[in-house]
Structure formats: C-alpha cells, structure tokens
Design a protein around this ligand. Structure first.
Ligand code: URA
Length: 434
C-alpha cells in the first residue's frame, strides 16, 4: 500500500475499499504512516466525505486497532452517553454518577477538547490528581465495583482514535460526519455496552450547524450502534448558545458539582435528565419517562449522586476535597467583563466564537503539545431571549495571559446581538432519532 495513492484516490472523491482504509489506519496507529500523510487523508475525507460502507469500515478499523471490553454477565444494564461536541457541555460529569447510583454500569471512554469544543477528559484532569489513564484492569474493577469508570482512549482501547483525534483537533478536520461517526462509535463499541444515548448538537456552536446535517449525523451514529447490537438513540439538542453558564475546564467541573448539589442551571439539568431517562428506559422499557426523571432527581436531592462523584474522583487519584470546597481552587491572575452596549433582548450568540475564545484564554490547545490552563475560561450570565439592560455584564473572562484576555475581549464584544422585541428561541431538545 502506498499512502500517496490512497490520499490521491480519496482526494479525487473515489470510494476507498476496506483494505485501503485498514492499511492506512493500521499504518498510522503503528507509526509507519506519519502525521502529515494522515492529515492529508483526513482533509480529503473532510472535503469528499465517505459513503456508509466506508464509514462502517473506518469505524471497524478504529475499533479493531485496540481491545474490546467484555463485562460478561453483570447484574445490571451497561450503557453510556456521548455528545458530538459543543460549548459548555459538561453533561457526562453529571450523568455518569447519577446513572451509577441508579444501578446502571457506565464504562465511559471520553475524548479531549476537539476544535472549538471542550472535552470531558480535559475537564476531569482539571481536578488535581485525577487520572484518566487507568489500566484496563483498574478501569474494569472500578466499573464492576462502583458502576462507573472514566477514562480516555488508551494504547489498548481505540489507539487509532486517540492519535487521529489529536490530529483532527489541530487540522480543522473535525466537522465531518464519517470522521465523527467513526471516532465516537469505535470508542462506544469498544466499551462493551448494551445501550447508548447520543447527544447530537445542532446550531452555531455545534460541528453540524444545520438541523439537516445534525439529523444525518444522528442517523449515521444510530445506524452504526444498532448494527453492532447496541440499543442506540440520539437526542438532537440545541447548541445556539453555550450549555449552562460555565465554559472552561475547572469552571465546568464546578458547575457540574453545583448541579449535583441541586444548584445547576436549568438547561444543564434538563438535558441531563432527558439523556438519563433514555438510558433508564432502555434498561427497563416498562419505566415511564416521568418516573425515570423522578428517580434521577432523587439522586440529587438525597446527595447520593454527588457522593458517588466524590468517590470516583478519589478512586481515580483525584482530590475530592477541592470539590467540597471549590473556592480553594487556584484563580487566574486576570479577569475582564463584557457588558451589553445597548438594551434589548439577547437574540444571537456566536457560540463557536466563544469556544475558540476559550482556547485563546488557555482552556484548550492550539497545537497538540499545548498545555491547558485549567483555571481559565469564562462565564456567560445571560440566556438567549433574556431582556438585558445596557451596561449589564454579559460575559466574564478569566485568563493568566493578559494579552490573550484583551484580544478575546475585543473579539467577543461583537459576538452578541440584541433586538428591541423578543425573537423566537430554539427549543433545547429538538428531536429524537432512533
Ligand atoms: N466526540 C468524539 O469522540 N469524536 C468526535 O469526532 C466528535 C465528538
């Protein structure tokens, strides 16, 4: 196999066969194909797309680049949730402990920040000491004993996705239905789960901005999941504004903790419960949606979901004390506010610009080797549709890089639009695909 010929074939828009995809993925995973050739193929796929068979082959090759878990006969349903990526999306951090308390086994493999969107692994690593690189045995033990273990792609689980994911993050090749499908589904199938709920984002802060593209992505993911015998559903949810108020790794952990303590933003809780209800109803088809939501709310009101998070953090090497006393977390040196320059109804937020601004503030990577500043990020204080008075604080930015902070302040000042009368606001949960 000559990598050049495969890149050329895809760049012409021709269909790659299973063997070609396999050779390329295996070659990249074992190091014989360099980053620059993989980047070229990713860009060709990004521009030319892949058909269903190619997408299935890519998923299978990425899955088979590593091991596949088999939890055998556990006395409960084994499931997971995954998001296609957005801004301020911290749902996994709330949902995993809630589901674990309710008896579901959650062997969660997550990703790092990708493009403008944050990643669960980076968020978890903002908790001092938290180890997302457990051995497979440690992870399996945690899932079996505590019902939940939170790790990333490893040298043994989806190593191909681990390498390709980092490359996509910095080569503008994220927004592609086959690449997203194979990346997400290879990880999820490798987990050995029985049920999967997908949160497919749509809107100006999502990789798929139009509802049509989001639907196509949701159908592609659901098709692959069901094809592997996993009960799979997808909720298409709105990403025309950040989810919750916090953007940035530690800020999002903090907001998740508040959610588990009963003080979370409404939208974050609504999506958490909706996705959780999907999982609980897959586990028990006789359960009503109302009852599924009630059971989740109880894990918040009785403190059991927060207790579970503290336990998992401690068992994965993290410092639970910082979650119990969040004000002790290191603060950034600099902070800036963005205020509304006119009175009116907030009708547009450039959500993607906020994601990229987060990276500039230090919360994400510009190149693979960048180190994240976990304390940096921002808070958005207003929601779409809200009436805002001129001079009211809409965004607060935090960074240890004073120049970046000034630059971001300038950029984001034009990221919000106001109108004199209220405009229609998109629903939070748009539709379900199954
Ligand atoms: N999440 C993933 O794991 N992969 C993607 O490509 C996008 C979101």
């Amino acid at each position: 196999m000559i990598p050049y010929q495969i890149i050329e074939k895809k760049s012409r828009g021709d269909v790659l066969n299973d063997g070609e995809i396999r050779d390329f993925i295996n070659g990249y995973t074992d190091g014989s194909i360099p980053d620059y050739q993989m980047s070229a193929l990713l860009m060709a796929i990004f521009i030319r797309g892949m058909n269903t068979d190619e997408t299935l082959s890519l998923t299978r090759c990425m899955l088979e680049s590593g091991e596949r878990m088999d939890f055998g006969a556990l006395p409960g349903f084994i499931a997971d949730k995954h998001s296609t990526g957005g801004v301020g999306d911290k749902i996994s951090i709330l949902l995993a402990p809630i589901m674990a308390v309710l008896g579901v086994y959650i062997p969660m493999i997550s990703g790092r920040g990708l493009g403008h969107s944050g990643g669960t692994l980076d968020k978890l690593e903002s908790i001092p000491g938290f180890n997302v690189n457990l051995s497979l045995e440690e992870w399996r033990k945690l899932v079996m004993e505590e019902h939940v273990g939170l790790i990333g792609q490893t040298g043994t689980i989806c190593p191909a996705d681990k390498k390709i994911y980092s490359l996509r993050d910095v080569t503008a090749t994220v927004r592609s239905i086959p690449l997203i499908s194979a990346s997400i589904m290879s990880k999820k199938i490798a987990e050995g789960i029985q049920g999967l709920v997908l949160d497919v984002k749509t809107g100006n802060g999502a990789f798929m901005q139009s509802l049509d593209d989001s639907r196509t992505l949701a159908k592609s993911l659901v098709h692959i999941g069901n094809g592997y015998g996993i009960k799979t559903t997808a909720l298409i949810t709105d990403m025309n504004q950040p989810l919750g108020k916090a953007i940035g790794n530690w800020f999002e952990i903090r907001e998740s903790v508040l959610g588990l303590q009963g003080d979370g933003p409404e939208d974050v809780m609504e999506i958490t419960y909706a996705l959780g209800a999907e999982i609980l109803q897959m586990a028990n088809p006789d359960l009503s949606r109302e009852e599924a939501i009630k059971r989740q709310k109880k894990t918040i009101s009785d403190g059991s979901a927060f207790e579970k998070l503290l336990k998992i953090v401690a068992l994965q090497g993290g410092d639970p004390k910082v979650l119990e006393n969040m004000e002790t977390y290191p603060k950034t040196r600099y902070r800036e506010s963005i205020k509304a320059n006119q009175s009116g109804y907030l009708t547009h937020i450039d959500t993607m610009a906020m994601g990229f601004a987060g990276i500039q503030l230090g919360a994400g990577r510009r190149v693979i080797s960048d180190r994240i500043d976990y304390s940096s990020g921002m808070y958005i204080h207003k929601r779409l549709g809200e009436k805002v008075d001129a001079g009211a604080e809409v965004l607060t930015l935090y960074s240890n890089d004073e120049n970046a902070l000034k630059e971001v302040k300038k950029q984001l000042s034009t990221s919000l639009s106001f109108t004199d009368s209220p405009a229609a606001i998109p629903p939070l949960i748009v539709e379900k695909i199954q």
